[in-house]
Each structure stands twice: as C-alpha cells, then as structure tokens.
Design a protein around this ligand. Structure first.
Ligand code: ATP
Ligand code: MG
Length: 569
C-alpha cells in the first residue's frame, strides 16, 4: 500500500477526553474515529489490525474443531424471554420494535439464539458434542462507555458455545477453549493471567477470565506471589490473622459520638475501644426489593458480587437515605444491627464470634460498645462478603497476595444446564431418555485485544505492534521524494518485498523526512526501512525495528534487506 493514497489521518494532538494510551494512540495514529459515545469507526489501518486478530482467533477455533456460524444481531424478544434475560439485562440491552409493534433487541451475547438453534436441531446424543462459534457484532448500552475501544457500545466478539451430553464432555470442551485462549493471547503478544471469576448475569458453575495487567483496565485482580492462585476481587478469597478479643464485659452500652460518622472519625476519637478492626460497619442493601443489613469489620470493604452470590439476588442496590431513616430511625454513620428484628442480617465471616465490638446505636450521635456478635445479633447469617486487599494471605499456599488493576480480554464459562433447562433443550441419551444439553460459553473481545496490545506495547512516540497484529509488517520510507534515486530505490524495495510476500506500506508522500519518521513511530509497524539520500550514496539503507534503538545499516539490495528483516535479534 502506498501511503500517498492510504487514508490514515494522523494527528499531533490526542482528543481531550483520551486518557489511556490505546485510546490516544489509536486516534492519533489514524486507526479509529469516534462517531458517538462508545461507537467507533474502524479506519483502514484499524480494520487491518482487527482482521489480524480475527484470523488468529479463527485459526485456533478451527484447530480445535469449532465450526464457524454467523448469527443475526437482531433478535426477537421471545428467545430472550425464554431464559428470563429480557428482564435481567435491563438498561444494558438495546431494544426496539419492528413495524408490527413486536419487541426486538440487538444481541448483547448469543447464548439465547445458539440455544434456540440447538433446541430445534440437536436430537440425539449422537449429534453431540458440538462446538459452535462466530465472530460477530455485539451491542451493549454500557452505562459508562470509555477509554476508546476498551469499553464501547458496539463491538466485535468471538463467542463460542459447546454442547455436550455429560459433565465430562463439558469439562473437555472448556479445557480445549482454555488452551486455545492461551494460544490466541500468546500469539497476540499479550501477557495474561487466568483468574477465577464471578459468573454474573451468565449463571453457571465455573468461570475464568483472561486478564491483562494494565491500569487501563476496570477490574481488580488478586494474585498470589508464590503460587498460581489468581482471582477477580469480585470473588477472590484470602486468609487474614484471626482476631483475638477480650472476654465479654457485659451488655451493650450506649455512648455519645456526636459528629463521628465515619469509621475513621470514630477510630480517631476512641482509639482505645474503637479501632477500625473493632468496629462493625453496617450497610443497608435492597436485594430483590427487600431491605437487608450487611455487616463487615470496620476496616473491610464489601464485594457486592459476593453479596449477590451469597443471596442469589438478581437485583441489588444500596438503600436510599429516606428508606434507611424510616427503617432504622437513624442516618448512615450511626447504624447498627443490635436489636433490629424486622430486617434480615448478613455478616462477613470475619465477624463470626467477635466480642467487645463497637457499632452504631440506630440513634444519630450514639454508638454501642461491648457488642458481642453471637449474643447481641443472634439472627445473623454469615458469608464471605469482603474484598481482599494487598498482602493478605493466599488461601492455597499462605503466600502473600498482590492486588492490581487489570483488563478482561476473554471469559470462559461452564454454563451447565442454565440455558438448556430454560428452553427445554434436550437430547435422547443412549438409553432413549431425554437429557438436558450441557453447555459452555466462551468469549473474546476483538477490539479489546487490539487495545490491550497497545496498553502493553507502546512508548512515548507511539505504538509498538506485536508482529502478529501489525497492520503491515514493513514500513518503507522514501525520505526525499523529490530525489529520483531515493524514489526509485524505495519503489524497487517496496515492489520486491511485496513480491516476496511481505505486507508493506510505502511512505511515498510529499512530506519532510521528520514527519515520516514521526508518523512511522506513531503507527508502529514492526520494521522500518529508511531510504535516504546520504546513505544511498554509499549504497545502503537503514533498518530499525520499532521499539529498539539500534539502527542497522545494510546494503540497499532487496536480498540484504530481506535477510535483515528475517533475522530477529
Ligand atoms: P466487562 O466486565 O468488561 O463489562 P463482560 O464480563 O460483560 O465484560 P463478557 O460478557 O464476558 O464481558 O464478554 C466477553 C468479552 O467481550 C469480554 O471478555 C471483553 O473482552 C469483551 N467485551 C465485553 N464488553 C465489552 C465492551 N463494552 N466493549 C468492548 N469489549 C467488550
Ligand atoms: Mg466477563
């Protein structure tokens, strides 16, 4: 491709709302343009990268025997009603009506439609196993589209679905996908973590996320420094030192705490009896419409996903100020569970059996001391509810955990019979008995993979594409287009490299050398061949690999340029 005709509008300045490197560089490099919030156009360079990523994914999927489909993005409401997710997906689903007034939606994911097909078409255990996939557009009305193509409202996903007669079949399909994902992300040049994950709206028993460690991500991962335990903090567990409490010293007693409404305020004012780890933090949550009290140690934070998991609640939100006051007679800051008989109480396991604690008195400006959880809050149900933090102990090996920000690039789920039960998708087993189909589902975000590669591979000048994903492999720069010999040599090398089978971009624009170098660094093609007047007089050209300082001066023949391109340090 000649750059003089390529549409790759590079920019000196990043858009003002661009913060993360992939967003800045994809826009500056002329790969993408925003059309509306969370909606992007892929320009020619961006689309080439996307197609590379798709090809890597397609190859791994085909190798494991998965079959490629292409399902509609436009879905009738009925297939989503069948699994209850027309309701569950809430505002994240783009909904519309057809001309007959029938409800339709744009697909956020395709469990429903694939299960619908499986239900209609798969009859016998002999039809199984099947692994079906597609690389197709998804629509999600995300509450906060951000960070360029990292979180958008329309994106391309590789989604695969496995259909098996038994658990062993599902385990094997899941393992095949897991391995294929490792291959995909390795080929894409992404260092990844495989982490235990929360299944969220997907349901099912087991799931793992593929995470890339980067501050551009919106997830938090806890990973052991000593073993391979790693989990999304939505589900991560850890061990902490057990508390040692004094003996019970009598019944709960009110004491005045005017103006002390945070854990820190109270700990600061009463360090003797109310250090943060001696306080019970009381939160109010409304779970599927019913108010609950949720208790944690003062210095611990709630993981909402764990609360959801522990209660099976579909809908969950913190209580509003007015409803809290009405239910408990006080404002947040003075709330507690002692003596509250009309609301269910859930507490984190770290509070089990704790004595001599301090908690709100449900009276503004007062707290209670000498609180014993077992004695004074007897109806409590315990569950693991807290978010793990840095340096706590690994539940597997006791090693210390590190907690970091990460970006989810892929997610694999064992769905079990969640979807097949909902639609009655069964097959006849060898004995002629109807058995529900056992399913798995496996997703990768294609634009996310592209952006993640940039988050990991860039410098102050621009993108450093991994070879596998680069829009072109070689960038030939004709540094002085007004010089006959420079132009001739650049053309000759370009034609020759293309004939050798390389994907080559030739910068034949009528621009200064400085502009060409800057754009080449920004666009990030792995190998740069600079043809310039001075070197050419000695019969040589300069070759540099993007991201490396070393410039190699080689003979200006196609043969030696090819030899240098192939030779990897
Ligand atoms: P997230 O937690 O980041 O919202 P998710 O758990 O909803 O993602 P899945 O339903 O597991 O995502 O979708 C599979 C893959 O699709 C994700 O691993 C991610 O790579 C990609 N993906 C999901 N949502 C988006 C989005 N809004 N924009 C771009 N890619 C996305
Ligand atoms: Mg996910």
């Amino acid at each position: 491709m000649r750059q003089s005709i390529l549409f790759a509008p590079t920019l000196k300045e990043a858009p003002h709302d661009a913060v993360v490197p992939s967003h800045v560089l994809l826009v500056r490099g002329g790969f993408i343009r925003q059309i509306a919030a969370g909606i992007y156009a892929m320009l020619p360079l961006g689309w080439r990268v996307i197609r590379k990523v798709e090809a890597i994914i397609r190859r791994e999927m085909d190798e494991l025997g998965a079959q490629e489909f292409h399902l509609p993005a436009l879905h009738p409401r009925e297939v989503w009603d069948a699994t209850d997710r027309w309701e569950v997906m809430g505002d994240n689903m783009f909904r519309l009506k057809d001309r007959g007034g029938r409800d339709m939606c744009l697909g956020m994911t395709h469990e429903e439609v694939f299960t619908h097909l499986a239900n209609n078409e798969l009859r016998s255990y002999r039809d199984l196993p099947q692994v079906w996939y597609q690389i197709q557009t998804k629509f999600r009305d995300e509450p906060r589209p951000k960070s360029g193509v990292l979180r958008v409202r329309e994106f391309i996903m590789k989604d695969a679905y496995s259909f098996d007669i038994d658990r062993e079949g599902l385990d094997a399909a899941y393992e095949h996908q897991r391995k294929a994902y490792c291959g995909i992300f390795e080929r894409c040049g992404l260092k990844y973590y495989i982490v235990e994950a929360h299944s969220g709206a997907m349901g099912g028993s087991e799931s793992a996320e593929f995470m890339v460690r980067t501050d551009a991500g919106e997830d938090m991962v806890a990973a052991c420094r000593s073993c391979d335990y790693a989990a999304n903090t939505e589900t991560a567990r850890s061990r902490i030192e057990p508390a040692s409490d004094p003996e019970e010293a009598g019944a709960p007693e009110r004491f005045p705490t005017p103006g002390l409404v945070t854990i820190e305020d109270l700990a600061g004012a009463h360090p003797d009896k109310a250090s943060a780890d001696r306080q019970i933090k009381t939160l109010v949550y409304v779970l599927d419409g019913k108010m609950h009290l949720v208790l944690l140690r003062g210095d611990h934070e709630l993981a909402e996903s764990k609360l959801q998991g522990a209660t099976g609640a579909k809908d969950l939100r913190p209580g509003h100020a007015e409803e809290i006051r009405e239910a408990l007679g006080a404002d947040p800051g003075s709330l507690g569970a002692v003596g509250v008989d009309h609301l269910p109480v859930l507490a984190d396991t770290e509070l089990e059996g704790r004595r001599e604690m301090v908690t709100g008195a449900n009276e503004d400006g007062f707290h209670l001391e000498h609180v014993s959880v077992k004695r004074d809050i007897p109806r409590t149900r315990f569950a693991d509810l807290r978010t793990v933090t840095e340096n706590e102990q690994c539940v597997h090996c006791g090693g210390s955990l590190e907690v970091f920000r990460a970006l989810e690039v892929g997610h694999i789920f064992k769905l079990g019979t969640r979807y097949s039960d909902a639609v009655g998708a069964t097959v006849l087993d060898a004995a002629g008995k109807e058995e529900p189909i056992i399913m798995g589902s496996y997703g990768i975000g294609v634009e996310r993979v592209m952006a993640a590669a940039i988050e990991l591979h860039h410098d102050g000048d621009g993108i450093i594409w991994p070879d596998s994903m680069a829009p072109y492999q070689i960038h030939v720069l004709a540094l002085q287009t007004n010089d006959e010999s420079v132009r001739g040599k650049a053309e000759e090398l370009y034609e020759g490299l293309v004939a050798e089978g390389y994907e080559v971009l030739l910068d034949d624009r009528d621009e200064r050398a400085g502009v060409k170098f800057k754009d080449a660094d920004l666009i990030g093609i792995p190998v740069r061949v600079a043809v310039g007047k001075r070197r050419l007089q000695e019969g040589s050209v300069e070759i540099r690999r993007r991201g490396e300082d070393a410039v190699r001066v080689v003979d200006a023949s196609l043969q030696s340029v090819c030899a240098e391109v192939v030779a990897r340090p």
